[in-house]
Design a protein around this ligand. Structure first.
Ligand SMILES: [Zn+2]
Length: 680
């Protein structure tokens, strides 16, 4: 059997059926018959990998191999569009453009899908590669992920080179359904679509129900005179073209022709453009997918040529955006912040912009994945918003700057200690425990209001003390002679006295606060309180359990769990942490919860030493009986000795009873005990 030929036959057959199913929505064979063909090809590809095509329909299911997304140069101009925010402005732009032309020209109005922009490159009838928009000159090669999108044709009946621009998107119902099952939720369908294109494993992308609409085609060996002809050709080649299309021209013949080509098109004279724009804007929520505007384009290619482009935009097209961005500004730089636990947070430094009553100069960028999703680079014009009115966020790139590389990359090394940064999950980390920035952050955390509450040691003062080398670690806070600050600007006697008083009073903070203030991973205030509530009321007890490597005893505590349990064992068996704790103990910080001394009632039991054995009927637990003895000046010990004076005997006493009898200790029953308590 000619396996190579057979594989090609099945591949062609499967691609045909994929197209019928996913693009045309009219399947011709049963799922079972399809699966049989698919399995046959999958098996053959395993046996003869040398015959497998890069565009085999098997690629639709993706792979578990890690993707890399190398930058590639775009083969066609990938310009962004100029934008207007009012239908009137757009109507005027359109009329002006029409008036400048020598003849009656036509315009399409297309939906601006809110998804991820993509450029597909074909040659010899095969999809060669797919690039993100990037900065318009360079994009990232996301081919393996794009090949999993069933609506993207892998083979086409066009042998000369062709580039196709389109938008990858997910419908709102699919988004709701898919996102609800995700551990890390996406904020909106656009973020999910863009994020999916950058999945490290294409098998994951294959699971996301992604769609595509294409809207521009660049046929290399052919000049097609009209945009509508191009759209029609693309549709004939198997691409999905959005049927919701408007066509506006004062040329009757052109309108007639447009209707013939696209029966669902709205074709009307120029005068009705504004009404159309308004209607589209008003009904956009009824669509199953998000659109953020409409795009108006001149259809005649020769007119497009004449109008040309500016440095950034074509002059023959204009976007009408429904919502003006809440704030638009320029990304001046990106600062890498390292937290006390080593987590890296990229922070956008923005050209100051007014936004809902305040001036915004910084915004969070979360992590590298978020930056990749936005294809964000320094110098880009961005839109920002305040979500829930807290920390401003960069939402979108409005206009790429001329930055290179087009996407900002978090540096490979920690900017503070030069340790290589490590990516874990979505975030990068500096894993160096002695990183100066992590230590400085740790000091801030220790002194903050929620922890030790040393108000006079604010971030600025700590930064100074740290830079001078005076306070490098937590014990330094307690050993440093603050008189040395006297020479520094802004440190008058009063301020220094306030620092001293703050440091001194922090020694009275309870154990739970001290434990959390150490800033150990997983041991914030909730975990500290849970430990204490479950009997780990002193550092010694915690260290003793850690020494036994007994993470399970921690994990059993409600609110701790296995991960934190293991972290606790790690933290409290590390020599440097034990050293830190013992230094702080010496300095007078509290490492045990205070036992509340019971108020004394009288001295009836003064000088007596009691031991309790067996189970008591009235005092459950037995510690209640012990408390009564202590309230009357007596002491309670665990074991009988020669010093023991009284034994409180409950039911089923243990070996303590025999011992007590041998030592001639007074044996007291529970009833006698109650009688003694009533005595004054
Ligand atoms: Zn570092």
């Amino acid at each position: 059997m000619d396996y190579k030929k057979r594989m090609e036959e099945i591949a062609a057959e499967l691609l045909k059926h994929q197209h019928l199913y996913y693009v045309q929505a009219r399947p011709e064979i049963s799922d079972k018959a399809y699966d049989r063909l698919f399995d046959e090809l999958a098996n053959l590809e395993k046996r003869f990998p040398q015959y497998a095509s890069i565009n085999s329909p098997i690629r639709r299911v993706g792979s578990d191999l890690d993707n890399t997304f190398p930058e590639k140069t775009h083969g066609v101009p990938v310009l962004s569009l100029d934008k207007l925010y009012h239908p009137e402005e757009l109507g005027q732009w359109l009329l002006k453009t029409a008036a400048a032309a020598a003849s009656n020209i036509g315009f399409t109005i297309e939906e601006k899908i809110d998804g991820a922009s993509i450029v597909l490159y074909y040659d010899r009838g095969e999809l060669q590669y797919a690039l993100t928009r990037g900065n318009g000159l360079l994009g990232n090669d996301v081919s393996a992920n794009v090949r999993t999108i069933s609506q993207v044709p892998l083979r086409i009946a066009e042998s000369s080179p062709l580039a196709v621009r389109g938008e990858i998107y997910i419908t709102r119902p699919d988004f709701e359904c898919f996102n609800s099952g995700m551990a890390e939720k996406y904020a909106n369908p656009r973020n999910l679509a863009a994020g999916s294109l950058r999945n490290l494993k294409s098998a994951l992308t294959a699971k996301v129900p992604l769609n595509i609409f294409v809207y521009e085609g660049f046929f290399q060996n052919e000049s097609i005179p009209d945009h509508l002809d191009i759209l029609q050709r693309l549709a004939q080649l198997g691409f999905r073209v959005n049927p919701r299309l408007g066509f506006f021209s004062d040329d009757d013949a052109k309108r007639l022709q447009a209707r013939r080509m696209f029966p669902a098109i709205t074709a009307a004279p120029l005068a009705s453009v504004q009404e159309y724009l308004r209607r589209q804007a008003a009904t956009r929520r009824e669509l199953p997918y998000d659109i953020d505007g409409l795009v108006v384009k001149v259809v005649e290619m020769n007119i497009r040529q004449e109008l040309g482009t500016t440095a950034h935009h074509p002059r023959w097209a204009m976007a009408y955006k429904f919502d003006s961005p809440q704030g638009r500004t320029i990304l001046l730089d990106i600062q890498v912040q390292i937290g006390r636990n080593g987590r890296v947070t990229p922070v956008a430094l923005l050209k100051p912009v007014a936004l809902s009553g305040s001036t915004v100069t910084r915004a969070t960028l979360h992590n590298q994945d978020y930056i990749n999703m936005l294809e964000l680079g320094i110098g880009d014009e961005v839109s920002i918003s305040k979500r829930g009115d807290v920390i401003p966020a960069v939402d979108d790139v409005l206009e790429k700057g001329d930055s290179h590389p087009s996407i900002y990359k978090i540096p490979e090394y920690c900017p503070f200690c030069s340790t290589p940064l490590v990516k874990e999950g979505a975030h990068h980390f500096c894993k160096n425990d002695t990183c100066p920035e992590r230590r400085r952050r740790g000091l801030n955390y220790f002194c903050a209001k929620e922890q030790m509450d040393i108000e006079a040691l604010g971030e600025k003062t700590i930064a100074l003390l740290f830079a001078k080398g005076w306070v490098q670690s937590i014990p330094d806070i307690y050993s440093f002679d603050y008189a040395m600050l006297a020479g520094e600007e802004g440190f008058k006697e009063k301020k220094i006295a306030r620092i001293r008083a703050g440091v001194a009073s922090s020694k009275t903070r309870p154990f739970a606060r001290v434990l959390a203030a150490l800033g150990l991973d997983g041991v914030a205030s909730a975990a500290a309180n849970a430990l204490i509530a479950h009997g780990f009321d002193s550092m010694d007890k915690i260290i003793a359990a850690a020494k036994k490597n007994d993470w399970e005893i921690f994990a059993a505590i409600e609110g701790i769990g296995e991960t934190t349990g293991r972290l606790l064992v790690g933290h409290f068996s590390k020599p440097e942490n034990l050293q830190l704790i013992s230094s702080l103990k010496e300095m007078g910080l509290k490492f045990a919860t205070e036992e509340k001394a019971a108020p004394r009632i009288n001295n009836a039991f003064a000088g007596q030493i009691w031991v309790i054995t067996g189970s008591l009927a009235k005092f459950i637990p037995r510690s209640l009986a012990a408390a009564e003895i202590e309230k009357r000046g007596g002491r309670v010990l665990e074991n009988v000795s020669t010093r023991t004076t009284h034994l409180l005997r409950g039911a089923n006493p243990g070996s303590k009873l025999a011992r007590a009898e041998k030592n001639h200790v007074k044996i007291i029953s529970e009833n006698d005990f109650l009688r003694l308590l009533r005595k004054k």
